[in-house]
Design a binder for this molecule. Structure first.
Ligand code: HEC
Length: 144
C-alpha cells in the first residue's frame, strides 16, 4: 500500500501533475504579495517606510522630462489606470494597468519587473526604486 505510487501508473501521473501545478503556482503572485515585497525592500533602505497611494498617483501622472515622447506613465497608460491605454510610439492598445480593471495585472513577478525596468528607464531615465514601485502599486490596487 505504501508503494502505491511506484506501482500504480495513474498515481504516478497524478503526482507528476501535482508537481507541475506546484511549480507553476510558485511563480504566480497577487498584487498584494508584490506590494508587500516592494514594501519590505523599501523598508530595508528607509526604516519605517509605508507605501502611499497618494505619492503613487503623483508619480503616475508626473511629467518626468526624460523623454519628450513619453513624459509620464500616463502617456501610454492614460490618466486613469483603470482605462485601456495606447502606446505613444507604436499606437498599439494596452489593457488597463490597474488590477481592479484587469485581473491579470501584477500576478507575474517576472513580467512586472521586466516592464518596470523598461518603462522606468524610458520615462524616468533610471530604474524605479522599491519605494516608487510600492507607491505605484498602492495607487493601482486602490484605483477605481
Ligand atoms: C511608451 C508607452 C509606455 C509608457 C510611457 C509606460 N508604459 Fe508601462 N507598459 C507599456 C507596455 C506596452 C506594457 C506591456 C504590455 C501590457 O502588459 O499590456 C506595459 C506594462 C507595464 C507593467 C506590467 C504590469 C503587469 O503586471 O502586467 C508595469 C508594472 C508598467 N507598465 C509600469 C509602468 C510605469 C511605472 C511607467 C512610468 C514610469 C510606465 N509603465 C510607462 C507601455 C508603457
Amino acid at each position: 500500500m505504501f508503494n502505491l505510487s511506484e506501482r500504480d501508473p495513474t498515481m504516478k501521473i497524478a503526482i507528476s501533475i501535482l508537481f507541475v501545478l506546484c511549480s507553476v503556482s510558485a511563480h504566480a503572485a497577487t498584487p498584494a504579495d508584490l506590494l508587500a515585497g516592494y514594501r519590505t525592500e523599501a523598508a530595508q533602505q528607509t526604516p519605517g517606510f509605508q507605501p502611499s497611494a497618494q505619492r503613487g498617483a503623483e508619480f503616475y501622472a508626473r511629467r518626468l522630462g526624460n523623454s519628450a515622447k513619453m513624459p509620464s506613465c500616463s502617456s501610454c497608460h492614460t490618466e486613469s489606470p483603470t482605462q485601456a491605454g495606447r502606446h505613444v510610439v507604436t499606437d498599439k492598445s494596452i489593457k488597463p494597468l490597474a488590477p481592479t480593471a484587469n485581473v491579470e495585472r501584477f500576478t507575474d513577478p517576472a513580467k512586472v519587473e521586466k516592464w518596470f525596468k523598461r518603462n522606468c528607464t524610458e520615462v524616468v531615465g533610471r530604474e524605479c526604486s522599491s519605494a516608487e514601485k510600492a507607491d505605484f502599486l498602492a495607487h493601482l490596487t486602490g484605483a477605481r
